[in-house]
Design a protein around this ligand. Sequence first.
Ligand code: ATP
Ligand code: MG
Length: 407
Amino acid sequence: MQIFKVGGAVRDRLLGKPVTDIDWVVVGATTEEMLAQGYRPVGADFPVFLHPKSGAEYALARTERKSGRGYGGFTFHASPEVTLEEDLIRRDLTINAMAEDDQQNLTDPYHGQRDLEARVLRHVSPAFAEDPLRVLRVARFAARYADLGFTVAPETLDLMRQLSESGELEALTAERSWKEISRALMEDQPQVFIQVLRDCGALKVLMPEVDALFGVPQPEIHHPEIDSGIHTLSVLEQSARHKQPLTVRWACLLHDLGKGLTPEEEWPRHIAHEHKGLKLIKVVNERFKAPKDCQELALLVGQYHTHGHRALELKASTLLELLQSFDVYRRPQRFEEFIAACEMDARGRKGLEDRSYPQADYLRGAASVARGVAVQPLLEKGFKGPELGEALKRERLKALKAYKENA
Ligand code: ATP
Ligand code: MG
């Protein structure tokens, strides 16, 4: 049997990027031989094994054929006769379809190295169209390598467009889609992911609520970029520039969905878009089964981001309601993430990327004042149950009024 490094490890070494996980392909072996050497099978009927010591993934060379809709509709064929070239042709991009042996001899039948040098993301063969997930993968790689100048080959974008129009994207499971989306959002240029999905018509299918923001104007005085979709991309870009966690990035992407619902005659104003957007945020959250913390933050940011911007003008009672809604007493981290998302929203505007955001410290200060109200004296006064809650609120309100006056 022969063993080769494949996929990302080869690509990233040639790009001079750090290699984290290595995928291996084994040519000329049977399942029995792998087991005899101590490899552990990952699934009952999938030809992938874990190395007895390192735990790295070793896959038997295989061919794949589509046999129905969705990912379940794949049949594969692994046998000692399957060649390295046959295994590589089933892969998504030419830059992901190179292999190398332990002497670093490159096998590159589909010219991945040429495309690496030309900075092109190009599909390997027409079989690309057999797995719609590849549309998201290409958009994710475009986001990851945007800084290096990579773009999607026109013919690959055409295929992605055909896949988007064919209805195949709808067959993707929430789990597979979310995995790609969440990884793409964590790249350095996540806005490129959304842009590429939009360019090939996939955004309209996957997240029509986000797609609807493009072409919707906002008041120029607050939004020099005018377009709501462009604004959303910029907010996402800022969230990556400021190394925000996934929760914040997800909330940034969805914060303005309500603007897509504004009747044209009300443009460029978007009255109550915060509230109107909530049902859309919920739908997108559920479509991808986003993790609970992402879902929760997206809804809170959707509802309250303009409160964040107007923090210094809010009445003490409104400020208190905001703090209560976030349960800042038990969930301090979540409130920090809300503040971060508001700040990204303020900066994701043309020419305002480096503006200061005094609201952030003001909100932090308010939270700490409210948290600083002690319960003990109220207990000593004999307050109990709901009355204790009310008394605590009154004390917090008093403290916030004082905070506001001294700010
Ligand atoms: P990363 O650095 O994100 O891990 P990677 O290229 O190693 O990038 P993996 O998801 O680990 O990506 O997959 C390893 C290899 O398997 C890819 O390089 C590609 O050749 C192939 N591959 C993975 N998923 C698909 C897919 N859906 N369709 C075609 N080929 C795929
Ligand atoms: Mg990998």
